[in-house]
Design a protein around this ligand. Sequence first.
Ligand code: SAH
Ligand code: SF4
Length: 368
Amino acid sequence: MKANLLEFDRAGLERFVASLGEKPWRARQLLRWIHQRGATDFASMTDVAKAFRGRLAECAEVRLPPVARDSVAADETRKWLLQVDAANAIETVFIPETGRGTLCVSSQAGCVLDCAFCSTGKQGFNRNLSTGEILAQLWIANRALGRRQGADRPITNVVLMGMGEPLLNLDAVVPALRLMLDDDAYGLSRRRVTVSTSGIVPAMDRLAEECPVALAVSLHAPDDALRDQLVPVNRKYPIRELMAACRRYLERAPRDFITFEYVMLDGVNDGDAHARALLGIAAQVRCKFNLIPFNPFPGSAFRRSSPERVRAFAAQLQRGGLTVTTRKTRGDGIDAACGQLAGDVADRTRRSAARVHAVRVPIVEVNA
Ligand code: SAH
Ligand code: SF4
């Protein structure tokens, strides 16, 4: 099979062109054509020597997953469903805001971690995405969006907050991050690329070493007993170890704080006592809090905290000296909000069926 040039970061592409007997600087030309100009056809790469273009056409290609669905919500949030193979489709979401545009990218087909409130987790896990499949999401969105009015470029920020746990797929994620930052590819600053993790402690250290972009940590509970239930990986990496890893990360990080994500689940983790306990944890790490009102999905067993509760919780944290933002729900009508991305994943863990039988709590639909 031909080599897919989307799989290579700069170093990989330099090795590839060297294997064809070319100088490393050819890699720079290719990066620019592929990622900045969106070229897939070598014949169009006019400043690349003709003989080399012919050679590339024989042994390489720019291969993108087909777009199975492309939907736009009333608030202009846009979602793509990409068919990464015959059995798996993954989702990518673009969230336009004044002065910036954020692309939410998936890192795995499904997720093995099975957080209690997450639609992706309920799908079970099938496989890691490759570097090219992660990058293709940015490539496709960039092309589809073109230039938006008032913005130099449509995508100013990338968050790895789509389907999957990026820190369980670092071999593919790190080269993808490097391309996002590379001035000859997407040229984003480290502060504008955020990896979100449920708290895979050793991988946090590795990310700090290899590509320290902004880090968001899905906290969701102030104590181990509750976090064990909501984010089962907490049993392996409990809060104390997670906080220590956050502090180590900050020694290398481009931002001087960690963003703690906190999904607001009615009557579960949203009480005054929870907020008080969070203040204790937050004192150990330079951080900001991002409250995410729970987004329901078919079969979910939680309710979203009321807006009053979310406001009171935020106010309590703020009185304790924390910076708190509350995430707006976006993409209503196209299931594009946090935690609603399910794609279409062939579940090798066979979790979905088991789960449906296990859910005994009544299903409550909450309107946004
Ligand atoms: N696996 C990574 C990144 C993907 S999830 C992680 O867990 O951090 C991105 C964010 O959405 C996480 O903070 C996750 O906890 C949150 N989330 C998952 N399901 C949600 C739901 N139903 N409602 C609101 N937020 C949710
Ligand atoms: Fe996986 Fe993140 Fe969903 Fe948990 S919240 S199941 S880690 S994608």
